[in-house]
Write a protein that binds this ligand. Structure first.
Ligand code: NDP
Ligand SMILES: Nc1nc2c(ncn2[C@@H]2O[C@H](COP(=O)(O)O)[C@@H](O)[C@H]2O)c(=O)[nH]1
Length: 324
C-alpha cells in the first residue's frame, strides 16, 4: 500500500468565498456538545489536569481527563456537573474499572463522555468494556481506542463505540515502534484516511501533529477531532514544572506508558522529554483556530466541511527542506 504522513502532503487551494478569515467557522459537533475547534489536548498526565479541564470546558473546548489518578474520577465528574460543565473522563480495561463503572451508575454520576484509553484498542477486552459502559451508562458518549486499521474501527463501532481513536505509535514520546515493530508511525495520515473510509461514526486522529497545518490535513483525511500531546504540553497551564537550561525554558512531557508514569520499568513504550515552554495555552489554541480559519479560506469554503473535499498533492521528502 502507498502510504504518506503529514509532511508528505500539501492541500490544494480553491477560490476564496469569504471576505475575511474571521468569517470561517471552525466549530465542530462531537457527541452531545459543539466545540470551538476540532482539537483536544491528549488525555495524558503531562498534558491535562483538573484546572485545565475546567478552563477548557468553560471556554467551549473539548477535553478528556486522564485516568492516572483513578480514585479521583468520580469526584471529578461530580465537581464538573456542580459547576454546570460537561464531564469527560478516561478508563482502562482492567477488572477494577468495571467496579468504577458500577460506582458511577450507583451514584447516578453520568459523565457525558468516557474514553477507553489503551495502547492496543483492537481487543476483545476493549469490546467487553464498550458493551459494559453502554449497558450501565447508555447516555454516555463512548470513544474507544487506540486502533490502526479499518477492521478495528468496525469492530469497536459494532460493539457500541460512538467514536474511535486512531493512532498506534506516532506520538512524540512514543517508543512503541522501536520496542515492538508495530504501529502507524511514519504513515499516521494514511492510517486516518484508511480508517475514516470504513468508519460510520466520528474518528479522532491521535498523535503525530507537529504543526498547526496538520490539523487541517487530519480533517481533510476524515478526522472529526484531533488529539494533540507534545504541542500542547509546554504551557503555563500544563502540569509539568518549568525547567531553565542555558537561558531557555522548557517543560517536561512524559508518555503514559513511560517509566515515569508507570513507576516501574515494565512494558515501557514511552519516554520522558523536554518541550519548549510556550506561555499560555489560551494563545496557542487561539492561534490554532486562526490558522484553521485560514485553512478553511484556502479550501474555498466557510466551514470545516469544505476542507474535507479539497484536492491534495503528495510531495514526499520535499516540503520540509529548509522550512523549519
Ligand atoms: N497511542 C499509542 O500509540 C500508545 C499509547 N499508550 C498509552 O499508554 C497508556 C498505558 O497503556 P496500556 O499499557 O494499554 O494500559 P494498561 O496498562 O491499562 O494496559 C491495558 C490492558 O491490556 C493488556 N494488554 C494486552 N496486550 C497489550 C498490549 N500490546 N499493549 C498494552 N496492553 C496490552 C494489558 O495487560 P498487561 O499489561 O498484563 O500486558 C492490560 O490489562 C495509555 O494511556 C495508552 O494510551 C501506550 C502505548 C502506545
Ligand atoms: N507509544 C506511546 N504513545 C503514547 C504514550 N503516551 C501517550 N501516547 C500517545 O501519544 C499521543 C500524543 O502524541 P503527540 O505526537 O501529539 O505528542 C497521545 O494522545 C497518545 O495516544 C506512550 O507512553 N507511548
Amino acid at each position: 500500500m502507498k502510504t504518506f504522513d503529514y509532511d508528505d502532503i500539501q492541500l490544494v487551494p480553491n477560490k476564496c468565498v469569504i471576505k475575511s478569515r474571521k468569517d470561517a467557522d471552525t466549530s465542530v459537533k462531537f457527541g452531545p456538545h459543539t466545540f470551538k475547534i476540532p482539537v483536544v489536548p491528549a488525555n495524558m498526565e503531562s498534558v491535562i489536569d483538573e484546572d485545565l479541564a475546567i478552563w477548557l470546558a468553560q471556554n467551549d473546548y473539548y477535553y478528556v481527563m486522564h485516568r492516572f489518578n483513578p480514585e479521583t474520577r468520580a469526584a471529578f465528574v461530580k465537581m464538573m456537573h456542580e459547576k454546570g460543565l460537561f464531564a469527560s473522563i478516561s478508563v482502562g480495561i482492567k477488572d477494577d474499572e468495571y467496579n468504577f463503572i458500577d460506582q458511577l451508575k450507583s451514584e447516578q454520576l453520568n459523565p457525558e463522555y468516557i474514553t477507553i484509553d489503551v495502547a492496543h484498542g483492537h481487543s476483545d477486552f476493549v469490546i467487553k468494556m464498550i458493551q459494559y459502559i453502554k449497558e450501565k451508562l447508555p447516555d454516555t458518549f463512548v470513544t474507544a481506542g487506540n486502533v490502526a486499521t479499518p477492521e478495528a474501527v468496525r469492530d469497536l463501532e459494532n460493539a457500541g463505540a460512538d467514536a474511535t481513536k486512531v493512532g498506534v505509535g506516532p506520538g512524540k514520546a512514543c517508543i512503541t515502534k522501536l520496542k515492538t515493530g508495530f504501529g502507524t508511525g511514519g504513515w499516521q495520515l494514511s492510517a486516518i484516511r484508511w480508517c475514516a473510509k470504513a468508519a460510520r461514526k466520528p474518528i479522532i486522529a491521535d498523535g503525530g501533529i507537529r504543526h498547526n497545518g496538520d490539523i487541517a490535513k487530519s480533517v481533510r483525511f476524515g478526522a472529526s477531532m484531533v488529539m494533540i500531546g507534545s504541542m500542547l504540553a509546554g504551557h503555563l497551564e500544563s502540569p509539568g514544572h518549568v525547567i531553565n537550561i542555558d537561558g531557555k525554558q522548557y517543560k517536561q512531557y512524559w508518555g503514559s506508558a513511560s517509566e515515569v508514569q508507570k513507576g516501574a520499568y515494565r512494558n515501557v513504550e514511552g519516554k520522558q522529554m523536554l518541550v519548549p515552554y510556550r506561555g499560555s495555552i489560551k494563545d496557542t489554541l487561539t492561534e490554532m483556530q486562526e490558522d484553521l480559519q485560514s485553512s478553511i479560506s484556502y479550501s474555498g469554503g466557510r466551514d470545516l466541511e469544505a476542507i474535507r473535499k479539497v484536492d491534495y498533492m503528495i510531495v514526499k521528502d520535499s516540503i520540509m527542506n529548509g522550512d523549519f
